[in-house]
Design a binder for this molecule. Sequence first.
Ligand code: ZN
Length: 250
Amino acid sequence: MCDAPAVSREHAPPACLFPEQKDLRVDLRRNLLTVPSCERHNATKCSDDQFLLVSLAGVLGGNAVGLGQGLTKARRTFARGGPALIHAALGSVRRERHALPDGRKLDVAWGTPDFARLDRCFDRIARALYFHEHGSRCEGITHCVYMHTLPGDCNDATFRDFLRHKAALELAAKPYRGANPSVFTYRAADPDAAGRRLYALTFYGHLDVFVVIAPAGLERGNLAADLIDRGIPTTISSGGRAWRFNQTAD
Ligand SMILES: [Zn+2]
């Protein structure tokens, strides 16, 4: 994260995402990835780790390990953190009770994550993965897309569909990394012509977060993104498919 001397190592992603044996009775903390950390960055990390835990464990769409972690560790963390932590993770929460086909009931809390804080957490994780692979500090700028959250609008949904297509192409031959794939696994694509690197992170089997690391200074200058941001009708084509942005309804 910075040039200060390392005094300890930190886990990436945070160790609290990985179930303890007392909770799930299997060892899902094998060979956790760690990177060197300075005193300041390690000290500021703890509350973000808790935030990340309650933002991922127990989220609908995750596998049984994720739901289990939600019902044990995240539930204990919520109990300690109280309403402030729930508010931090989901903003203003709406609760709903759903009837399952077998007659059981499922209580669900809906809300909007604190995306700025999620960005900070995933910026740190992506930089750690980069350091782990390259042995040097990442100088780029990160951009995160949370595929497991609901899209904000039509353009957002189209962009995610395009990104999923690009990721499938670029990552097809890349190995899944991480020793506990039911908790966390990731793949890294080769850099594109502009030097952007795509990291596809998967938590609890199905919760996908894409992080693009762009070289510093490149965050501007993407023509397609500029056109889309300005509301101009734009089409991106790839592999015989087309994604249309800012389309007006006929
Ligand atoms: Zn530091």
